[in-house]
Design a protein around this ligand. Sequence first.
Ligand code: GTP
Ligand code: SPV
Ligand code: MN
Length: 591
Amino acid sequence: MTKHKKLKQWISECAKLCQPDKIVWCDGSQEERKRLEKEAFKINEIVKLDQKKLPGSVYHRTAQNDVARTEKLTYICTKNKRDAGPINNWMLPKEGYRRAYNIIRGSMKGRTMYVIPFSMGPIGSPFSKIGVELTDSIYVVLNMRIMTRMGKAVLDHLEKNQGEFTKCLHGKVDIDINNRLILHFPEDNTIISVNSGYGGNVLLGKKCLALRIASCQARDEGWLAEHMLIMGIEDPTGYITYIAAAFPSACGKTNLAMLVPPKGLRKKGYRIWTVGDDIAWMKIDSDGKLWAINPENGLFGVGPGTNSKTNPNMMAALKQDTIFTNVLLKPDKTVWWEDGDPPIPKRGIDWKGYPWKPGVLDENGKVITGAHPNARFTVPIQNVPTVTNRLEHHHGVPISAIIFGGRRAALAPLVYEALTWQHGVFMGATMASERTAAQFGKQGEVRHDPMAMRPFCGYNMGDYLKHWVNLGKKMTPPPRIFHVNWFRKDQNGNFLWPGFGDNLRVLEWVVRRCRGQADARKSLIGFVPHDYDLDLTGIKLPKNNLKQLFSVNKKDWAQELNGIKEFFSSLGKDLPQEMWSEYNLLKKRLD
Ligand code: GTP
Ligand code: SPV
Ligand code: MN
């Protein structure tokens, strides 16, 4: 079985609890993949797609009640409530284990329990963390194969060092939303997920380990685990500047990380390198600089809206070896989603499994979509044409700028730069965004989402912000911090900024700021580019748009300040004093 004592003991305890018929150790081989796919085809857990048009790709549908992360059912279990903080759902560890064990007990009778040893980060890197996920879902195994480095090499490494690992237990049970729980035990380095089959709830290396558990480890060990993309921007001289950017779920990380430079900038010689699209682990190295790795090995991206115009690199990546979840299945055994590549199919089977035709309305008069708005694809990062060659480098890449951003129809300008690190932390702490389909709840509602970590910070939000403030003092110098908003709209509800590839026009200014090559103007809220600092060659942007994109409306900001005050107050006395000082400074500037 294994020479790792603790692992052996934990697995036998879980087997006794869940009572699977069989235990299968995953080695990560191609033979294993073929075998598991075959088994899953047989029980209809996945569907084989046309192997000429989409070689190596498969299709999966989740239960209708199980299409996004369920934040209400996600808990941090700590001995003291204070450690989970005012934002997280909290439970006592004892209570958490009792409830989860009662749900999962005996639930794997007649099923197989798969053992997945996986590494977040290159195996053996000082950044990396190992986890072992036990699951009764072949879909989870097939996804973990893509999303992480997994199998025999990881187990060998773990055994050699008798090292620590995160215990990740997942059981589908009955996919019953009323008994669904996603529990994190940072004090025990343990995760338990029951009654779900949706990515963010069950690919336990991703949000659960690499953010919620890792953020606690990062607090204790002095680094950062963040909901950020990482990309390299190569300028015309061949110099690559690396940036990390935090946007809430479904707000553009994947798209930005692999953007195609618009013609003018491409001609100048700009090139993009994709390092990661969702998670960044960042550490201060002996040079006093912040270095980052992407702990993942694949992308779990949003389908709808992805097409050859908005994201040609992703469309190229999806040509093979992809798992498509909750998209439209076409009669020719290929796939499609809303705002995907034309033509719109004449018919197909929708994400719920029903026959579908475009334009048909439901009983409420709403168009029935072929794909769920949070339909996703799972694809190896090596498929992306712009993938960096630094992915396996144990030291990662040096980060020059950190970018925060959200989906704000009003208020936030296209881009502005923090005056200091501490001001930048305040900008991140006061981020707000409209809710998207990536999580259950009222869509479009603006909510505060500090550093895009509201659903993912595994400890007290106040302590988390204090950690950010403190780390800034240890770097020489710290990265510059920026805020962007690709989603500002005009009075008629149209986006003022074209977005996607054109976002590089903003990033060019960011990069040039980092390299001391670009000027800025000081506004009330931070540094902004002069009109002449943004290269708008070849873009058809109405003149008034730029003015609107950068307008700072005092009345709107006064209202924003009220919202910030209310939000900060809700964080209680754990919020670091530095955040209130920045609040007062901004208030003074605006008065
Ligand atoms: P998660 O995987 O949930 O963390 O999301 P993400 O942050 O990676 O978001 P993603 O890049 O998948 O984009 C989500 C949605 O935003 C898609 O529908 C995109 O088409 C849309 N989007 C991305 N970038 C832009 C942009 O610059 N402008 C506009 N208007 N829409 C964008
Ligand atoms: C997100 O919701 O931020 C995602 C998708 O990246 S999930 O893995 O489901 O959390
Ligand atoms: Mn995400």
